[in-house]
Design a protein. Structure first.
Length: 258
């Protein structure tokens, strides 16, 4: 072995072993707040890396979409078949303020409605709310037997289906375009639009299980903090009160009682 070669044999590995760090040590928990149209305001918590250099924590939270079951938001087990999507719009302190970002029917509910011997009628429409949200609404309905019907099937004719489609589109456009997103959510929660469609189509063909199965936000207006605060209503009351501190004496000042 040549002299002066392999100098690192006696030494350990270059750089040494890296210390294992807990990734959660650099993260913070934030509360997620739902709009006032829901009974339960505190949905849960979300995790984000702390502000480090140019990477700001609030930027990592804004735009996050949270999917919540409507039964949890309304404390009503009958609404368990619907999922509400909420998007984080702003971060204030340790609170993430969210706004409506869509609605969906659970897969098991949609599949449980489909049966034999009846017609399935589906329709969708693009509509703009008064506050600038561009939405795509999907409607789902099924025909039902007339009073005292003996015939096994209750299929609607293609002409009747066209008329029902027209009525569905009219009602969805009328209900959504005449109000803002907050009022529309208030209509979607009790399934008021579905009941209106059933009532309007009664003369064409009796319908049952009429649902707005999905609401998709295609385009949202420019972020406006005042509108978001309107949606969150009494949120300002939750912010901590300002505590006045007594003025500290400056360094070098003599005490007054000296």
């Amino acid at each position: 072995m040549a002299v002066g070669k392999n100098k690192r044999i006696s030494k350990g590995k270059k750089g040494g072993k890296k210390k294992a760090q807990d990734p959660f040590a650099k993260k913070d928990w934030y509360d997620v707040k739902a709009p006032t149209c829901f009974q339960v305001r505190n949905i849960g918590k979300t995790l984000v890396s702390r502000t480090a250099g140019t990477k700001i924590a609030s930027d990592g939270l804004k735009g996050r979409v949270i999917e919540v079951c409507l039964a949890d938001l309304q404390k009503n087990e009958e609404d368990a078949h619907r999922k509400i999507r909420l998007r984080v719009e702003d971060v204030q302190g340790r609170n993430c303020l969210t706004n409506f970002w869509g609605m969906d029917l659970t897969t098991d509910k949609a599949r449980s409605l489909i049966r034999k011997w009846q017609s399935l009628i589906e329709c969708h429409v693009d509509v703009k709310t008064t506050d600038g949200y561009m939405l795509r609404m999907f409607c789902l309905s099924f025909t039902k037997k007339r009073m005292g019907q003996v015939k096994k099937t209750c299929y609607a004719q293609s002409g009747q289906i066209k008329k029902i489609h027209k009525k569905m589109t009219e009602i969805m456009i009328r209900e959504a375009s005449s109000c803002d997103i907050k009022e529309l959510v208030a209509k979607l929660i009790p399934e008021a639009i579905g009941k209106d469609i059933e009532k309007a189509c009664q003369g064409i063909y009796p319908l049952q299980n009429t649902f707005i199965r999905k609401v998709k936000v295609l385009k949202a207006p420019k972020f406006d903090l005042t509108k978001l605060m309107e949606v969150h209503g009494d949120y300002s009351a939750e912010v901590g009160t300002v505590i006045e501190r007594p003025a500290e004496p400056l360094v070098g000042d003599e005490p007054a009682d000296a």
